[in-house]
Design a protein around this ligand. Sequence first.
Ligand code: TXA
Ligand code: MG
Length: 320
Amino acid sequence: MLIWPINEEAKNRALKLLEQGEVVALPTETVYGLGARASCQQAIKKIYKIKGRPSFNPLIAHVGSVDMADQYAKIDSLSELLIENFWPGPLTLVLEYKHAKPIHTLARAGLDTIALRYPVGVIKDLSLALDEAIVAPSANRSGFLSPTTAAAVSDDIGSKLPLILDGGASKVGVESTIIKVVNNELFLLRAGGLAPELIEAVTGKKLNSMQLAAAIEAPGMLASHYSPESALIINAESVNEGNLLLCFGKTRITGANKAKFSLNLSPSGNLEEAASNLFNYLHILDNLAEGGLIMVEPIPRYGLGLAINDRLLRAAAPKI
Ligand code: TXA
Ligand code: MG
């Protein structure tokens, strides 16, 4: 396995590997992804195997342009409005698949819809060079924390990969927001790196409930997704001797000075900063925990706070 900082040579190597039916770990602005050519059955099989991901859970296809998205999917007018405002960026749209340009059925888990995203960064360049989408789930074992650095990918699944492109720490730090439009109404399938308030402001529409839609549409959203190895207590009110502490903002919960080790997601209380630190800090505390509990201070439930609370809730759920 190789970790390469992004330069022309590294990009060419990634391109070769993808052409040959290999998988490559790639940075995006949200989290690192495990990429394969969308039409390549052999490589898509490798993704599911490396992640230990159930085959009924479809992948997101990353396109290099809006034109390319058009070739893959029927784009309704509300989705088009979101595309105009938020692509490239941390927004995934579930759309009707056209069957004209191939995304292998394994990557779609046999569905007639496709989750499309136009990301920022090297994955977009590679998609343009290949003239096809790159399917990529987050580059972690299924059910574990999403990686926001090349080192986190390497720790988790590095031994199974030929190449990790190192683009530094992911800026956004949580996965993309997933939206599906049904009958001109918006459904939030996964809270993520694009704040719901921005989507509502641009469209003038309310987002429909996540739970209902998520249960039906995003089978991958199992309760215990995103688990660290250690036990986690969210909305913690106090800290005991030997606990670890994940803080947010200026004020500390009772007993905070008893924590064995603590990190602050954002000392100034900025939710964007907190999102970008979330998975990395959970990784660090998890490695230091040695059986200790990780206490998490309350995080506000608006803006990117919704995605942060969603990931923390899943991380705190018992493993299944
Ligand atoms: O930010 C992200 O979205 C990252 C980066 C790498 O792009 N990717 C990511 O992929 O988080 P993954 O595989 O970890 O999560 C994709 C989610 C899963 O919950 C899956 O069930 C859902 O997208 N999904 C994929 N295709 C779908 C479809 N046709 N309908 C509904 N949900 C779909
Ligand atoms: Mg994932």
